[in-house]
Structures are given as C-alpha cells and as structure tokens.
Design a binder for this molecule. Structure first.
Ligand code: PLA
Length: 415
C-alpha cells in the first residue's frame, strides 16, 4: 500500500537537533579560510606545526602488525582481544593491583572511552541496586556527552559542585558536603585525572577525603579515565586516584580510552573494567558484559586493540610509548607557560591567569564568559567551546601569540 501523504509524513514529528557543541567547532574551523584561524575546540593532540601526531611507537607497532603472517580478519571474542584487555587493566589498575591478583576484575573491550561510558552506564542501569530512582551524579561542569550517555540508558544525570568560578579552582568544600548529603549508595562519576573541561584535579590529600566519604556512604565510583598520561606525563601518577580507591575497596568501575594517550582517535580503542568484590561475582559480571556487548556491537573492532596490545605487551615498545606521552604532555605544559607569560608579562591582560599554569591535562578552563568565547569564535577565528574551555594542544609556538592577543582583546571588550 503506497500512499504519498503517509510517506511524506513519515518522520515529520522528528525535531531538528542542534549540532554537537564540540564537533561543530572542528567543522567550522575546517571551512574557515582565515589564515590565522586557531582550533582550540576538540581535545585532540597536535604537534608544534598544528598537525595530527602519529606516535612513533604506533608507527612501529603498525609495521609489526602488518608484517605478521598470521594476521587475519576474524571476529574478536565478544568481550574483546584478551591480550589487550588484560594489559589495559594492568595499565590503569597497576601491575601489582590487589584486584587483578585476586581475579576480581571484569574487563570488556569497548568503542573507545565513549563506548566504555555507555557500557558502564548500561550495566549500572540494568544491574545496580539504586537507592530509589536511577540517578548518577556528575561534576558541574563535566564532559557534555556524559549527560546524553546516561539519559540514553534511563539514568537521570544530576550534578555535584566541583568548580568554583571565583577561584577558578576546585570547590572542594561544597563538593565534599554534597557527597556527604547524597543518599547512601549513590552512583557518582569521577574524572580519574585531567578533569574535562576544567583541568582542575583534587590533590592526593583531597582524593583521600573523597574516598573516606565514598566508604562512609557506600557510594559507587564510576571513574572516567580518558587522559591517563596527559595530566602529569606519567601513566602511574595519573592512575593514582583509581588505584587508591581500589586499594581502599570502594566499589567501582573504570572507563578507559586510548584515543588521546596513544593518539588512536579514530580506531576507537577503549575498555571497561569493573572491580567486583569476589572472583565469583566478577565471573557473573563478565557474563553480563558479554551479553550486553553482543546485542549492541556483537564484538569490538580488532585493529586498534591489536596495536595497543603490541605496545602494552612489549617492554621496549612500552618504554617508547611512555616517552611519546612525555613528548605530548611536555609540549602542552610548555604552551601553558608561554601563554601565561604572554598574558601576564607582556600584554598585562586584566585578571589573574595563574590557573593557566596550575590546571593540568589537555584543557584549560579560561574563566572567560560565553559572550567573550563567542566573540573569539566570530571575530578572531579562534574556535573554542562556549564555556571558555580551550584545548591546550591546539596551541603552538606559531599561534600562541595570536591567541594571547585575541584573548586579551576579548577580555578588554575590544574584539
Ligand atoms: N571521557 C571524557 C572525559 C572525554 O573528554 C572524552 C573525549 C571521552 C570520554 C571519550 O573519548 P573517546 O570516545 O574518543 O575515547 N572528549 C573529547 C572529544 C576529546 C569528544 O567530545 O568526544 C573532547 O573534546 O571533549
């Protein structure tokens, strides 16, 4: 039965969605013909010539992989490449992790960090014994996609105070008080390191106090770790909070991504690790991760996981990778220093800019207003998210001065 009217009305009720707040910036930047345009939107590493950087260790691993006579294109197991997930768990939880030693970690390979967040959220939605309605508490602010990821699986995302605009730092007192006031056994998302978008992380002492509250209230820690290595340049350092929570036996899971630290953005290499209280529980958890994965993606993509597996399981490649990470983290730290110097010493931009050097990781939360951000995009061809977040990796020795001058003018209202 063909009916033109019905056909024309199909999907007529679908509302037009706005473009993605982060990826729309990459598209606009690409289309912009202004020679001095600057892309500080998406958190993707660029070298000093503004080029995507294929890590030398990734090039080596790729060569090994392609020359392997046994390479085939079969399906991976449903929960992923075992040599990858096992090594990935060790990378985040630690070589000597008590949870790994006692067989209490259930790991599944995921479609990068986003897939790990999704699978973790889906697992919680199905199996977590929520204290009342399904809710998760996210830092205010957080990676904007967290909201949609939890809503997609029927978990209501709420926020806890995290960032204090007055100090451009952590709102630690309010954060801790809120954790204490939440219902027992609340699910709380924590950024493992290099908080996105603020670049503000708790100190070790503060993490200790956060952990105390999690234990006292029986909260569930949903760790998102998309930037291991990017905060300090050291993989172990950046995993400290997660390992401390595991050591103190807070119930938790970790979402892991190799997009940033291995520069494998498009390969979508990630993992979800759920730390269970017993080996027996871990087995049941893993069986359900398998069922969920099977119905959603059947089994994960092989290529990126094979590359990361080669790097993690070969001591020489692993050492080389650590050097590559230091190169990336080091360049970002250098850019922080240069930007800070330009704003404070040369341009004498009004305001305090200490946060530029105090914040860590891929991003800086500049503290400028949405209007000032908008002016930078529209008038200076500097692309950044409306909340004033800049991806430090988009700055380099050639454009940092142009950016500093544009920011200075935006702050003075001269753009
Ligand atoms: N978690 C956090 C906190 C992130 O910032 C990102 C990526 C992810 C997870 C997911 O990354 P993946 O799926 O690529 O592993 N955030 C980026 C990109 C870099 C994005 O928005 O997807 C960002 O610019 O915020």
């Amino acid at each position: 039965m063909s009916n033109g009217t019905i056909h024309a009305e199909t999907w007529s009720q679908v509302p037009l969605a706005p473009p993605d707040s982060i990826f729309k910036l990459s598209a606009a930047y690409k289309d912009d013909t202004f020679p001095n345009k600057v892309n500080l939107g998406v958190g993707a590493y660029r070298d000093d010539d503004n080029k995507p950087w294929v890590l030398p260790v990734v090039k080596k691993a790729t060569k090994i992989l392609l020359e392997d006579p046994n390479l085939d294109h079969e399906y991976l197991p449903i929960t992923g490449l075992p040599s990858y997930t096992t090594a990935a768990a060790k990378l985040i939880l630690g070589e000597d992790s008590p949870a790994i030693a006692s067989g209490r970690v259930s790991s599944a390979q995921t479609i990068s960090g986003t897939g790990a967040n999704h699978l973790g959220a889906l697992f919680l939605s199905r199996f977590y014994q929520f204290n009342g309605d399904k809710k998760v508490y996210l830092s205010d602010p957080t990676w904007v996609n967290h909201f949609a990821i939890f809503r997609n699986v029927g978990i209501d995302p709420l926020t806890y105070p995290y960032y204090d605009p007055k100090t451009i730092g952590l709102a630690f007192g309010a954060f801790l008080d809120t954790l204490k006031s939440l219902p027992e056994r609340s699910a709380v998302l924590l950024h493992a390191c290099a908080h996105n978008p603020t670049g503000v992380d708790p100190s070790r002492e503060q993490w200790g106090q956060i952990c105390d509250v999690f234990l006292a209230k029986g909260h569930y820690a949903f760790f998102d770790c998309a930037y291991q290595g990017f905060a300090s340049g050291d993989l172990d350092n950046d995993a400290w909070a997660v390992r401390e929570f595991v050591r103190r036996e807070v119930p938790l899971l970790v979402c892991q991504s190799f997009a940033k630290n291995a520069g494998l953005y498009g390969e979508r290499v990630g993992a979800l690790h759920i730390v269970a209280p017993t080996v027996e529980t871990a087995g049941r958890v893993k069986s359900q991760l398998s069922v969920l994965t099977r119905s959603e993606i059947s089994n994960p993509p092989a290529y990126g996981a094979r590359i990361v597996s080669l790097i993690l399981n070969n001591p020489e490649l692993f050492d080389e990778w650590k050097r590559d990470i230091k190169t990336m983290a080091g360049r970002i730290i250098q850019m922080r220093k240069e930007l800070y110097k330009l704003l404070t010493e040369e341009l004498k931009t009004p305001g305090n800019w200490d946060h530029i050097i105090n914040q860590i990781g891929m991003f800086s939360f500049t503290g400028i207003s949405p209007d000032q951000s908008q002016a930078l995009v529209e008038k200076a061809h500097v692309y950044l998210t409306q909340n004033g977040r800049i991806s430090m990796a988009g700055l380099n020795s050639h454009n940092v001065r142009y950016f500093a001058e544009s920011l200075d003018r935006a702050v003075r209202g001269d753009l």
